[in-house]
Design a binder for this molecule. Structure first.
Ligand code: ZN
Ligand code: FE
Length: 255
């Protein structure tokens, strides 16, 4: 195994991740919610940080960049469209770009909507998707900056990734997402199964992240905006999945 991933909780409900390449020793942090927690994770694993891959400009994903950059020799990579909002970027990326971290290669996928320039990183060798605040287990980020069409299109692109992809998302929102999803899609077996699993994991104090994309495709209402079940549940025409998507998003905002 050349790829090792360390998942850790930080701030109120964020996740931090270290992705380590055994072959070269290169290690990337996905986002930098908090420098202190990342330092602790580095000490625990014995890895030395070489890169930070940033998904979007919100402070709970970027606050650790400056302190870490000040003390370590690291390369910071983030979305081109948010370069003016994120300090200390060494390289900017957009759709289709590849980012090498040692022998690992991350593919950049644009997922606008939560923020306009939000990107996600897909590591093909280990089939790991780092989805930031674009895609959560049974949910997706709030639409703060974008519009429904591109946001739906970005999520549909993530849905096209292989079923065996493991998703590492930016927050632990699974239980609240499950409650909402069940309210609009109550007869979905895959959803009921995942909701039960989330309850189980949380009762043992365990994280619900990472999760399997193939299972989320069948259970996450936001990835099912082009199904007749969700169109009917929202009372929106099936022919306009972006409209179904935004109806689900608005319903969740008010849930
Ligand atoms: Zn955010
Ligand atoms: Fe966030």
């Amino acid at each position: 195994m050349t790829v090792q991933i360390e998942t850790f909780e930080c701030l109120a409900d964020n996740y931090g991740f270290l992705v380590h390449d055994d072959k070269t020793g290169a290690t990337a942090a996905i986002d930098a919610p908090d420098a202190k927690t990342i330092r602790t994770a580095l000490a625990r694993t014995g890895w030395s940080l070489s890169h930070i891959l940033v998904t979007h400009h919100h402070s709970d994903h970027t606050a650790g960049i400056v302190p870490l950059k000040d003390e370590l020799d690291i390369v910071v990579i983030g979305p081109q469209a948010e370069a003016d909002k994120i300090s200390r970027l060494d390289r900017t990326v957009s759709e289709g770009d590849r980012v090498s971290v040692g022998s690992l290669e991350f593919e950049v996928l644009e997922t606008p909507g939560h923020t306009l320039g939000h990107v996600t990183y897909f590591e093909r060798k280990s089939k790991s998707l780092f989805s930031g605040d674009a895609l959560f287990s049974l949910g997706c980020g709030r639409m703060f900056e974008g519009t429904p069409g591109p946001m739906w299109k970005g999520l549909a692109t993530l849905r096209d990734l292989p079923d065996e992809t493991m998703v590492y998302c930016g927050h632990e929102y699974s239980a609240a997402n499950a409650a909402f999803a069940l309210s609009i899609d109550p007869n979905n077996k895959a959803l009921k199964k995942r909701a039960a699993e989330i309850t189980q994991l949380q009762s043992k104090g365990k994280p619900t992240v990472p999760f399997l994309l193939g299972e989320d495709k069948a259970a996450n209402p936001f990835l099912r905006a082009d199904t007749s079940e969700l169109a009917a549940a929202m009372g929106v025409k099936l022919s306009d999945p972006a409209a179904v998507f935004v109806a689900i998003r608005k319903a969740k905002d008010g849930f």
